[in-house]
Design a protein around this ligand. Structure first.
Ligand code: GLY
Ligand code: MN
Ligand code: MN
Length: 490
């Protein structure tokens, strides 16, 4: 018995120590509660909103992809585990014992055996203590929940994508969704619509013919909330952006023509980890020369970048918030004439785009500002026949919001204070293009993360140099990676 107590005590100490050495700067439970209250205030009377956790996705055989929570679910709860449901009511409900509640959270049940394999689960008590919920249940209780969904005037949920697996575990996401659908959609008629599996509502719902099933409004409400960053969110987002800028700085110092694209990716990601970022916000893009012309090139498979321009579009994710920063640099430390001409053009376009990132403008304004400069410049360089010539050298938009998603939720309106957007013009001239071949294989994108303020745009990623001369200057500096030499392998 003494032995067991000793083991228990040492485990307790280990746990306390582990907690001491884990990050503490996550969003607070008060933040998440304030977001649920804000959502509730947008919901129509007599309505209920139901959110499901993201599915676990399989990579191969018995290996899953690293789990990532649905950003809306995370924003509203702080819960990072799968197989969970959040139910938010527009008004107070009365329980069987006369108690009153306006939200319910169903979480993964604790299971010591499973936790031994896949890690700690918060469980009901953890969700109460750490996340500040009052009404928390195990997921299996959702299977027999007695929420009378169709008695509400409006039942809101996001569209189902049906890309989760039924693991045959009790109360996995597949079961939770199934139960909900059976409660809300009395008769199931699967229809393929735009690739998503929809379920048509039974025409006659005898108990509540006036019920509306609404799969659109939550996107609007969540967009309204998420597009404006609170001070708490801003702290984490700024950190993600600074970490990403530091990655660019360190790689500028370390870069040389003998490096591979994947090695360059590894250096960025090492810097991210060193600063405590958990993930990358999206697959890292490192494309040398012509590879940079593939906008979302993620193979990163070239073994030597040689004397090419290297386009590096990467973002650290810090406590859920992701940056999105691109720098394009000459692998040998010096832009040649053609590279420099294209680079300076993109730089000038970006300056104009950033200047247009002001309250009242929108993504079309940042885009137009840069596009005019690029068209005029391509014409002057003889790459297009006139500034009006239609071309594919700048084929993408210039701005999107960032936050919990790299392409963050928003309502598509004009810029407002405390939004954070990207400004990312680019020019891409793939081999075989209809212009002098001296331009072929040049790809440049410069991307910064811009905070919209009353006093104009603030560049959050400015620690990573952007001007061509500044890049050449920093590339002359010694790097902490210069002495990082590993033995050759056969
Ligand atoms: N990294 C993706 C983008 O720039 O939108
Ligand atoms: Mn972007
Ligand atoms: Mn990007």
């Amino acid at each position: 018995m003494k032995f067991i107590i000793a083991i228990f005590f040492s485990m307790l100490c280990l746990n306390i120590n582990a907690q001491k050495n884990t990050p503490q700067d996550f969003l607070s439970s008060e933040f998440h509660k304030s977001r649920r209250d804000a959502l509730r205030s947008k919901m129509p009377e007599n309505s209920v909103a139901v959110f499901f956790a993201n599915p676990v996705r399989n990579r191969a055989n018995d290996v899953d992809y690293i789990y990532h929570q649905d950003p809306d679910f995370y924003y509203l709860t702080g819960y990072k585990e799968p197989h969970a449901v959040l139910v938010i009511f527009s008004e107070d409900q009365t329980g069987e014992e006369g108690d009153s509640y306006d939200e319910l959270l169903y979480v993964q049940e604790k299971n010591p055996r499973a936790e031994m394999w896949t890690g700690y689960r918060l469980g009901v008590e953890g969700a109460k203590n750490d996340l500040g919920f009052t009404n928390v249940f195990n997921g299996k209780e959702f299977l027999n929940n007695n929420i009378d969904f169709i008695e509400f005037e409006n039942v809101m949920h996001k569209p189902f994508t049906n890309d989760y697996r039924d693991t045959r575990n009790n109360a996995d996401l597949a079961n939770l969704v199934e139960v909900f659908k059976n409660q809300v959609y009395a008769e199931k008629v699967p229809q393929i619509n735009n690739g998503a599996l929809n379920v048509e509502l039974k025409q006659e719902v005898s108990t509540a013919p006036e019920v509306t099933i609404d799969t659109r409004s939550l996107r609007q409400y969540m967009g309204e909330l998420r597009q404006i960053k609170t001070p708490e969110e801003m702290k984490l987002l700024k950190k993600a952006v600074r970490i990403s800028a530091m990655g660019q700085v360190e790689v500028m110092k370390a870069m040389h023509p003998g490096m591979s694209e994947t090695e360059i990716q590894g250096l960025h990601e090492y810097v991210y980890k060193k600063y405590g970022s958990e993930y990358e916000g999206y697959p890292s893009i490192v494309g040398a020369g012509n590879n940079g012309c593939v906008l979302h090139y993620i193979e990163n498979s070239k073994t030597k970048v040689e004397n090419d321009l290297v386009l590096m579009d990467l973002g650290a994710e810090y406590h859920g918030y992701t940056a999105d920063v691109t720098r394009t640099i000459p692998a040998n430390g010096k832009f040649n004439t053609e590279q420099r001409a294209i680079y300076d053009l993109v730089y000038e376009a970006q300056e104009a785009g950033i200047a247009a990132a002001v309250i009242g403008n929108n993504g079309s304004d940042t885009h137009r500002a840069g596009q005019e400069i690029i068209n005029e410049g391509l014409y002057e360089l003889g790459i297009i026949a006139s500034p009006e010539t239609r071309h594919m050298y700048f084929p993408h938009g210039t701005s999107h919001h960032i936050g919990l998603d790299v392409h963050d939720l928003n309502t598509g309106g004009n810029f407002e204070e405390n939004m954070v957007i990207t400004v990312e013009p680019g020019i891409y001239i793939p081999e075989g293009s209809d212009c002098d071949e001296k331009w072929w294989g040049i790809a440049v994108r410069i991307e910064d993360d811009i905070l919209i303020t009353e006093n104009g745009p603030v560049n959050l990623s400015s620690e990573a140099p952007r001007k061509a001369e500044e890049i050449e200057e920093i590339m002359k500096q010694p790097s902490v990676f210069d002495d990082f030499n590993l033995p050759e392998l056969d």
